[in-house]
Write a protein that binds this ligand. Sequence first.
Ligand SMILES: Nc1ncnc2c1ncn2[C@@H]1O[C@H](COP(=O)(O)OP(=O)(O)OP(=O)(O)O)[C@@H](O)[C@H]1O
Length: 253
Amino acid sequence: MTTGPGAPPEAIVRAEGLTKTHHGDRAPVHAVRGVDLTVRRGEFVAVTGPSGAGKSTLLHLVGGLERPDAGRLWIDGERVDGHGEARWAVLRRRSVGIVFQFFNLVSHLTVADNVELPALLAGATPRAARASRAELLAELGLHGRENALPGALSGGEQQRVALARALVNQPALLLADEPAGSLDSKGTRDVLRLLARFHARGQTILMVTHDARMASAADRVISFFDGRVADDAVLGDPAPARPGVSGVLDLKD
Ligand SMILES: Nc1ncnc2c1ncn2[C@@H]1O[C@H](COP(=O)(O)OP(=O)(O)OP(=O)(O)O)[C@@H](O)[C@H]1O
């Protein structure tokens, strides 16, 4: 696929008729009912909706954490709905970073190791993994915390480590499932600013959130209801990629 002036924006996510029914102890739950969705390169898309609407299931399908019962899915141009776990693991390492509400850091690994691990698994040399980790942690205001264990950090700091881990392989797509859902208002603001900053540099983001303030940081808000897209609204012109934006985030206020 091509990018460049005049080229149509690429679809990083394309889903057609995506369907997932959960079979738990009780009656089947039709969590995602034939969803069509396109997320283009550089977009920041928020998915909102009431509890139980199927938002997390949709995100899990797009990240390969759950498998669809029906429908077709492409990630960064690759047809993936038939992928098994091994191929998804490779795809996630290369192309999809995920941040969760409760961070999911490896508790017995240092901050540095948590961030370097996915780079090493993706085939980076130890030296390159260290360099990427150092750059990201500095950018996220975590310089000096490299040797800490996650349990010694605040929730906001842990989420910033999780963000560094998700971005260390420069994924085409960042998925975020309630990324500020367990943070206080300062932590929420920090995560918002970070997502906005990476988005301003061209990072494609698909985020599930209950929080209207979080959603308002996106270019586009999809309202999800009862397993379906109820509304799909573009909030403004998508922010153009600004490769020159850089600097250490001010996380003091
Ligand atoms: N593994 C599972 N087994 C059985 N039912 C499930 C499973 N995962 C989700 N569900 C059910 O599927 C429906 C959609 O859940 P999902 O978590 O996707 O919704 P959500 O919109 O993200 O909700 P919330 O905002 O509360 O996280 C809910 O009724 C939920 O109880």
